[in-house]
Write a protein that binds this ligand. Sequence first.
Ligand SMILES: Cc1ncc(COP(=O)(O)O)c(C=O)c1O
Length: 407
Amino acid sequence: MAKYPVTKPYFTEEELSMISGALDSGWVAQGPSVAKFEQAVAAHEGIKEGVATTSCTTALHLAMVAEGLGAGMDAIAPAFTFVATENSIVLTGATPVMTDIDQNTFNIDVDRLKETIASTYGKKDGKLVNKETGNVLWGIVPVHEFGLCCNILEVNEIAKEYGLKVVEDAACALGAKIGDTHQGAFGNTSCISFHPRKSITTGEGGMVLTDDPALAKRMRELRTHGSTVSADARDKGKGFLLPEFNEAGFNYRMTDIQGAMGLAQIKKLDMIIDAKRKGAEIYNGLINDRLKVFRTPVEPEGYFHTYQSYVCMLDYKALGLSSIKEGGEYRNILLQKLEDIGIATRQGTHAVHMLGYYRNRFGYKPEDMINAYACDHLSITLPLYVGITAEDQEYIIDTIGKTISSM
Ligand SMILES: Cc1ncc(COP(=O)(O)O)c(C=O)c1O
């Protein structure tokens, strides 16, 4: 393991004691601890309902299916995101249509979103229909990348104008806000990840958040094979009879071992975010002062960034390089050199339009989503976690500076 990993989950004795409580109870599949974890996460975000799942990918799939996405439909998503955003659209049988991002925020560019809608769809019987494929545009899957909310207010306006659904990919953004309103509380469903790279973790895990109790009920049924009764409710009632199944659902249940761990983790969320925000401020100061070829992440006025990941951009022009491609090659050599001396870094995330499946299926070229392509090549995630010290951060920035000078 690197001396400075890119991130580290934060645990105390409490996780162990909560997990052993679940084991002692004998109830380890989805049950009371998951229900309490759902309530705790939803309450933290100011939302009525949480529906826990095995991952954010399954949360996205579940929410999209419950919101009616399927074959013969399109969903628009940003190209700079983890591949799971687009994959979950594909899983429903629908077609992902990508749009570009803003390089400053790493989030969906609403002007590009409007252009994508205008250039791809025509109006037919009050619906937006894909001019090439005939697919109906179902909605938008914006991403709150790296812990910063996208411009969800404008995305919602666009969705309202065209009668579209919105499912927010908030995998990285638990705790993120605009003003006092948390991600997921802007009138849509949102999906969280509890993978260890995220602010809090249950090993693997996810959750859909919604203010719509009927939608939450439907998602709970779909999560359990389409069952009209959950396993623990059955245990409390006439457990000997299997319930009715009105839909072909999935098994996307989080275990109670994970739910118990999540209950210990959610109590730490505010402290973890606070520590990361302080660490981000230290990096911002050091980089702006000493590492001019890096551009620090942006927190727009009124937004509350959780810095799930602290992601910078390499200014390839300031290095005298002539293209994004050359900048990317330079970035990769730099990251390799840092890894060799124990500083783990990562490319922020990828340009999904350039990944094999999507490139081959849709024939995308780099320039189709040039900002996503640039961020794919030039982004750098620096180590940030509870316990990293200001001295560690100073050492990391100075080492990056010296490495660049030696290249
Ligand atoms: C933006 C985004 N969406 C979806 C996912 C998928 O999350 P999970 O690993 O919980 O399925 C991730 C995970 O990294 C992500 O960053």
